[in-house]
Design a protein around this ligand. Sequence first.
Ligand code: ATP
Ligand code: MG
Length: 810
Amino acid sequence: DESSNSPLLQNLNPEQLAAVTLPATHALILAGAGSGKTRVLTTRIAWLLQTGQVSPGGILAVTFTNKAAKEMLTRLTSMLPVNARGMWIGTFHGLCNRFLRAHYKMANLPQSFQILDTQDQLSAIKRLCKQFNIDDERFPPKQLMWFIAACKEDGQRAKDVPARDEEARKKVEIYALYEDQCQREGVVDFGELMLRSYELLRDNISVREHYQRRFRHILIDEFQDTNKLQYAWIKMLAGQGPHAPSDAAAIPGGSVIAVGDDDQSIYAFRGARVGNMADFVREFSVTHQIKLERNYRSFGNILDSANQLISHNTNRLGKNLSTDAGPGEPVRVYESVSDFAEAQWFVDEVKQLVADGTSRKEIALLYRSNAQSRVMETALFNASVPYRVYGGLRFFERAEIKHALAYLRLLENPNDDTSFMRAVNFPPRGIGARSIEQLQDMARSSGCSLHDGVSAVSGKAGTNLRAFVAKLDVLREQTSAMSLREIIELVLTHSGLTEHYKLEKEGQDRLENLSELVNAAESFVSQEGFGRDVVALPVDELGNSMRSPNLNQSPASQGLDANFEILDETLPELLAPDSETGETLSPLVAFLTHAALESGDNQAQAGQDAVQLMTVHSSKGLEFDCVFITGIEEGLFPHENAMNDAGGLEEERRLMYVAITRARKRLYLSHSQTRMLHGQTRYNLKSRFFLELPESALKWITPKNPGFSSGLGASSSWEKHSASGKRSDWASSVFSGRAEQADQGPAAASQRSAAAAHGLRNGTQVFHAKFGEGKVLMLEGSGDDARAQINFPRHGVKWLALSVAKLTIV
Ligand code: ATP
Ligand code: MG
């Protein structure tokens, strides 16, 4: 029939086609990287719309990043003339924000509630701890933050958390105080967005059933990384489990399609549960499970590397990937002497690639930890190569931007104490820590916000504080009728921020970022359509009403709260007026929300052709012609925090699998013998992951260099040896290749001479002025290069240069 001949469905393989055209049912698509999972989801949405099975309002699609959501929307609008706004496509956080904005009253939030990012959250917790004299040695604020986040991900309020001992009781008490504080200040953190939405749906049957009727098609990408609460939220929206709609029989079957890859589950540390896949199959009685095993992204050598690496994990659902694309180029492997040399090599390669016609945005640099980007950025900067960093310090997280946003938030909500604390003495206006403590005491005892507590503070402190508050109140007054741009410009000058950074020695960058904030606001306003006339109820090109049918009936006839009227699907909910007052959210609040949720993809040079830098975590779902994975070293990748347990190591391996599978045509892997990290030179060993890659797919590209002590640089192909078991520590079994070479070659001699020169051998107990007592695990190099790997029980395992480190034998 006509629908199966649709051009949308061309270029799909049979399994993909089956997945796209599934009937309205629950299904799990389990498939490896680059097999077209995301493409299948997007195409299915387009196909559902085109065949009239659903109107845009009936679709809910969850993506893992804002970037992915945007890409999906772009692809959709290129396939079909649809009104993208009617569809709910976004991240869990983004969708929950949209939901809570629509129902803020029922959610018991102020209309202009603000979102705390992780930084804000930490400072809110620190402030709370100070206020209640909580010992931050016993209860480090960061750990409290993780604790609270984990509780929320588990769907638990403070009152629900079991507290077995004194310590747990104290933590739960702090969680409760934190909940109160956020409620009082009208702010929510990321976990709260999710939990609050979940609770609203759980506790409000009319809202729940409305959405259950509305979202007939729920589609979730990257399902392997959903956490417990997210899964529960989906289950509820899909009307499964204890919260099934009262008239379930009357509602024709909806569909949940979950798409995932267990080998790409990389957020277990943040509560992700691969087990959700099995639960989904059971609890939704999934009958359709589809596997996609053909990879359309990468050439054979890249794919073989990924397959062989991941085969070292034991805990897998099991699937393999193949390609018709042929082997392609070998995977290039590079060893450098230092991280600087690695960066230089990287920049040289990039320049060569660009000269050969690769566009910069098709080149990605991936690293395990954010800290690794600095040296790379410096090298790129010095070579004038344009680049963009994703997922590092987001634009909106930079100090100067946070200061400006604090003032803007205070205009909207004077009771936002987090912002108050940030702005009160920045730029410095003579309000000291003592005065602030006095104010905090005052506010606590009278149960009001800091803003309101100011009037009760006496003396000079009170005068200064009142002047600050008066300044804010005047600003609020002045800006009430201004455009977003004017507001920000006025705030930047009147807060004194511009002046402050002008006088600061290195303030130029910060000033530029502040003017960038004005630009960001400007483009936000034009994107979101503020100030544009909006006509209600358009009909799309396909003749579908843009509203889902249920919304054409009056709320009352559906037993709904009047609040529903604010759900106008032709507009983003941010623009919808309050049903009682007619008030719309100000562009300022909408912008502040955007600032908290935006992953920083909207940086100034978004359109510029730039090399892409990001952590492996944030590269999930993306693809590039050329990928560099750098710093593939023991302790870095796999990360030292994860190396000691099997589960941690398997997650690191999945991360490496994600990294490798981002590449389409060319893949580079590099590691460095030395690296500056946290102000210390480290001598890292090459990662065990190298030994898990197929030799035949690799090509060693390090130039012959007599200065190399490891001997690896001299060989043109990777030498692999099986574990010899000659030495007992973990490194020797992983790096048996290296150890065997060392036993027989010049490196062995140098090792002995290092030992002789310093009187050290494996197992020697030593004392270091800073790290205390430790035990030598391994020795390497000779002369000035001699170094020892030492385990310091109080500081962990470190590599030290023997010519520098002052060690005494104990
Ligand atoms: P990941 O696991 O990394 O998220 P994925 O399974 O979501 O990967 P996609 O990003 O959807 O994979 O697809 C990978 C690439 O293969 C994309 O460039 C996509 O356009 C292409 N592709 C997918 N299916 C086909 C097909 N049938 N024919 C040609 N190209 C395809
Ligand atoms: Mg994908």
